[in-house]
Design a protein around this ligand. Structure first.
Ligand SMILES: NC(=O)c1ccc[n+]([C@@H]2O[C@H](COP(=O)([O-])OP(=O)(O)OC[C@H]3O[C@@H](n4cnc5c(N)ncnc54)[C@H](O)[C@@H]3O)[C@@H](O)[C@H]2O)c1
Ligand SMILES: O=C(O)[C@H](O)COP(=O)(O)O
Length: 530
């Protein structure tokens, strides 16, 4: 059956056509996002949800979305999505990080001009027949210093445009490298220096615990008299009442505000201040940007729902459409290795180490690790997947490490999973043969070559004669058909293991009969999703 996607915000209808062309059923209800109750009623029917900023994807909505696999944000900010809740439920959240960057940067530049020349107020006054030529004395921006707070995708486009307008640009961004600053022709500075030097300040950071209220009374006090402040990033970066106070005192000469603490902003003190230009979160609102983000989000969501490719996910490593088919058998292998250890381990896991040898070291390690972790904790948390597994493992305080190395053995590449609990260390290794099927190649350091089936039985035993007989006769007596039987030992007379691929799950009664033999140390039924 074709996957079903709901579009609950005002996306360009380009998205609808793309979903249909890709074989995805789509319901286009651009106003549904604002009707929380109705959305809650229908969300359970959908595999995908495509949104902008109006739909609030709360934990309650996510809990009702029993089939949901992907949330696609046609735009950048995902602060309207409860990402931890989505991750816990294994739902991928993806955005379109570049589709509206130019448009938003242009809005910030437009705001700089509008504030520098008081264009909206002058427009109003002229239309009112006042001809107040002397009232609207502006400032040039040429030669002025622009302070950028946040110099990522949008900030750097603003920087390039501002340099072209002959402004001097200084930027505060802890993640901006010195080389990138040189490349952009701007100066990297600390925040206080930016406050002290900038004639115009423009914000381009996400809203985080560190950036919330970054422009408050204390920050404004450090700024130049007559500073002009632009915010086309997120409401909450500026303490609005402190800005109002700064404007009232004349410390701040003007502001251009596209985003507000409370949106939709229908009442706000800033609306009553002179030389404040306000727009209703229009940063991304151009036909070009909306076409870009709609097209991109529909392609990304369809690629995921149809082919398993992951692009621009916030909570999952990317997997390109090209690598998805090659990676798939190794994802399965990683999951099966995790599932083996998860099923035989009974005490709390403390550490997980994943070794990627040879060709597997060149693959998408993040995706493989997520798959191994999903397999590992599935025996405890049934509906975990590659999205939720890393979150759950972290929540449980399990330390995960990855090692990558060149080919060392006879296999082109293999994956080895080692898990430590308080009492013991367990390891299992596997590879994928040219038939695309995963194989166990080592368990507890004992080499073997075992095909993996849905139902298996794993025994540990003393290396003694008669084990094949014990298992074969007991299972035969109860009509359990053995498809494949693998034995291994560390040395003659030492530790030995047996791995049997059987046609159906072996009951505990039958396994108890096996366990009753003194040579058998343990016998476990295993289930694999292969
Ligand atoms: N008004 C709109 O309609 C509109 C449109 C698009 C994007 N946005 C918003 O614009 C903002 C920037 O988007 P982007 O695409 O450039 O994001 P980005 O992730 O490319 O860049 C953000 C930059 O902020 C920096 N940063 C993070 N914490 C910081 C801190 N404490 N101090 C200084 N810098 C910090 C990061 O290092 C990064 O370089 C986001 O909040 C986004 O939601 C708004
Ligand atoms: O983060 C974004 O992409 C912008 O804030 C745009 O939001 P919108 O899609 O609701 O206009």
């Amino acid at each position: 059956m074709a996957p079903r996607v709901l579009v609950s915000d005002k996306l360009s209808e380009t998205a609808v056509q793309i979903f249909r062309d890709r074989g995805v059923d789509v319901d286009f209800m651009p106003d549904l996002g604002k009707d929380k109750d109705k959305l809650l009623e229908v969300i359970g029917d959908y595999d995908g949800l495509a949104i902008r900023s109006a739909t609030k994807v709360t934990e309650k909505l996510i809990n009702a979305a029993t089939k949901l696999k992907v949330i696609g944000r046609a735009g950048i900010g995902v602060d309207n999505v409860d990402i931890p809740a989505a991750s816990r439920r294994g739902i991928i959240v993806m955005n379109t990080p570049f589709g509206n960057s130019i448009t938003t940067a242009e809005h910030a530049i437009a705001m700089i001009f509008a504030v520098a020349r008081q264009i909206p107020e002058a427009d109003n006054s002229t239309r009112a027949g006042k001809w107040e030529k002397s009232k609207f004395m502006g400032v040039e921006i040429t030669g002025k210093t622009l302070g950028l707070i946040g110099c990522g995708n949008i900030g750097s486009i603003v920087a390039a445009r501002a340099v072209g307008l002959k402004m001097h640009v200084v930027a505060f961004d802890p993640f901006l490298s010195a080389e990138r600053a040189v490349e952009l022709g701007i100066e990297k500075v600390e925040l206080d220096e930016l406050f002290a030097r900038a004639d115009f300040i423009t914000l381009h950071t996400p809203l985080t615990d560190k950036t919330r209220n970054i422009i408050n009374a204390e920050a404004i006090a450090k700024m130049k008299d007559g500073v002009r402040i632009i915010n086309c990033a997120r409401g909450g970066l500026i303490v609005e009442e402190d800005l109002v106070e700064g404007l009232r005192s004349g410390k701040v000469a003007g502001a251009g505000i596209d985003v507000f603490e409370v949106e939709p902003a229908t009442k706000n003190e800033l609306f009553h201040m002179p030389n404040v230009v306000c727009t209703p979160h229009l940063g991304a609102s151009t036909s070009e940007a909306q076409e870009n983000v709609a097209l991109q989000v529909a392609e990304q969501m369809s690629d995921y729902l149809i082919k398993g490719a992951v692009t621009n996910a916030i909570n999952m490593p990317s997997i390109t459409a090209e690598e998805a088919p090659r990676l798939r058998p190794f994802v399965k292998l990683a999951e099966v290795l995790g599932a083996f250890v998860g099923q035989v381990t009974e005490s709390a896991i403390k550490e997980v180490e994943i070794l990627y040898d040879g060709s597997t070291a060149e693959m998408n390690g993040k995706a493989l690790t997520s798959a191994a972790l999903a397999g590992l904790i599935r025996p405890q948390v049934a509906d975990v997947n590659m999205v939720s597994a890393p979150v759950m493992v972290k929540e449980r305080g399990i330390v995960v490490s990855e090692i990558k190395r060149d080919k060392t053995g006879v296999f082109d590449g293999y994956i080895k999973l080692t898990v430590k609990t308080a009492n013991q260390t367990r390891s299992v290794a596997g590879t994928v043969f040219s038939d695309g099927k995963p194989r166990f190649i080592q368990i507890k350091g004992i080499n073997l070559d075992a095909e993996i089936g849905q139902h298996m039985v794993y025994t540990t035993n003393n290396d003694a004669p008669g084990i094949i007989g014990i298992l074969g006769t007991t299972f035969g007596k109860h009509g359990v058909n053995i498809a494949n039987f693998q034995l291994g030992r560390n040395r003659p007379g030492g530790d030995a293991i047996a791995l049997l691929y059987v046609d159906e799950r072996v009951s505990e009664e039958v396994l108890d009969q096996v366990r009753a033999f003194p040579e058998i140390l343990s016998a476990k039924p295993l289930v694999f999703d292969v």
